[in-house]
Design a protein around this ligand. Structure first.
Ligand SMILES: [Zn+2]
Length: 103
């Protein structure tokens, strides 16, 4: 191979960098995929299970609020934003009503 056929040092570096980038991207994709699979596995294991005792939660709807209640230990869970909704001045007294219904 003559010097003319040899790829230049700059080209070598360019291709090595490109290869490294390709492998990094692949590794990140694998990590992302694993994280997604792990998230899915966790969701399957814990979804609608009481975080205190592990029993299946039951959902009760009251005035547009979905309350997840544990029939075993009586724990009560709200979805994101629901407590804030109940505590709005416009909903004064609603929180107490909800709690008395599900007591
Ligand atoms: Zn429970």
């Amino acid at each position: 191979m003559s010097d003319l056929d040899k790829p230049s040092r700059a080209e070598d570096e360019y291709f090595a960098k490109q290869e490294l980038e390709r492998r990094k991207k692949w590794a990140q994709e694998q990590a992302g995929k694993m994280a997604a699979e792990e998230k899915e596995r966790l969701k399957k294991t814990h979804y609608m299970k009481c975080p205190k005792c592990g029993m299946d939660l039951t959902t009760i709807e009251f005035q547009g609020i979905h309350i997840d209640k544990c029939p075993n230990c009586n724990g009560t869970w709200f979805d994101a934003g629901e407590v804030e909704q109940l505590l709005k001045p416009a909903n004064a007294g609603l929180f107490g009503k909800v709690m008395s219904v599900f007591r």
